[in-house]
Design a protein around this ligand. Structure first.
Ligand code: MG
Ligand code: MG
Length: 248
């Protein structure tokens, strides 16, 4: 069931989204060669709690940590650990925060030091694919319009589209209806209405689109080992278009 949020609920979702955005900003200077990913997780969890919120992912279906931290070929749902970031890595950090029962969800891929030009372009184009998808968010358009825009942009950029995972509604649950796939056909799927809140989140690869899941039953990785990037915002559908809740 797709829920329409009241203005009061949108205000709470804005607060949750802002906390997620601020957590990304807070972490950014720490995303450097030499840091353990579990140190980033601890910094983020403490920061989220200091804002009166709780990490949305910790305990979600048994997920062990506050953040999902996925390195290089890992697409999403990586476990923070003793693994140390190295120069040339890319690291996808997915953050969820829950404030007074309402969630925000945003993932971003960061460079660690210097990365190759090819990988740099992967990041740039995955972020652009997110905004191409968001341009389709307005009342009257359909979910398939977002999906088609992301897939078209990815294909034009020569990138693989991970199909096993998708965007989603956000509200009193971090994952709600509708699903927002990163591939699809224009003018199909549920129609967008003012008051819907969705996370749009392209996951693109430098190689093929096939993925596998690690033995931990969570971490998704590219089958061909190619690097992958993930950019995600939670947005509210407004009268004219959309408002990014996990941004400035
Ligand atoms: Mg999400
Ligand atoms: Mg996320």
């Amino acid at each position: 069931m797709i829920t329409i949020k009241s203005p009061r609920e949108i205000e709470l979702l804005k607060v949750a989204g802002k906390i997620v955005y601020e957590t990304h900003k807070y972490l950014k200077p720490y995303i450097k060669e030499g840091i353990k990913t579990k140190e980033l997780d601890k910094l983020a969890e403490d920061f989220i709690r200091s804002k009166g919120a709780t990490p949305s992912f910790k305990g979600y279906n048994g997920f062990p940590t506050a953040l999902c931290i996925s390195i290089n070929s890992e697409v999403v749902h990586g476990f923070p650990s003793d693994r140390v970031l190295k120069n040339g890595d890319i690291v996808s950090i997915d953050i969820g925060a829950c404030y007074k029962g309402y969630h925000g969800d945003s993932g971003w891929t960061y460079k660690v030091g210097e990365v190759s030009e090819e990988v740099s372009l992967l990041l740039e184009n995955t972020e652009k694919a997110l905004y191409e998808g968001l341009k389709q968010v307005k009342p009257g358009n359909r979910i398939g319009d977002i999906s088609y825009a992301i897939e078209s942009y990815a294909k034009k950029s020569g990138l693989g589209v991970v199909k096993e995972l998708c965007g989603h509604g956000v509200g009193t649950s971090v994952h709600e209806d509708p699903e927002v796939p990163n591939f699809g056909t224009k003018n199909t799927g549920p129609r967008l209405k003012e008051g819907m809140v969705i996370a749009v989140e392209p996951m693109l690869t430098l190689g093929r689109s096939e993925v596998f899941v690690h033995d931990n039953n969570w971490t998704v990785d590219t089958l061909d080992g190619s690097p992958s990037a993930h950019f995600e915002h939670t947005v509210a559908v407004t009268k004219e278009g959309y408002l990014i809740l996990t941004g400035e």
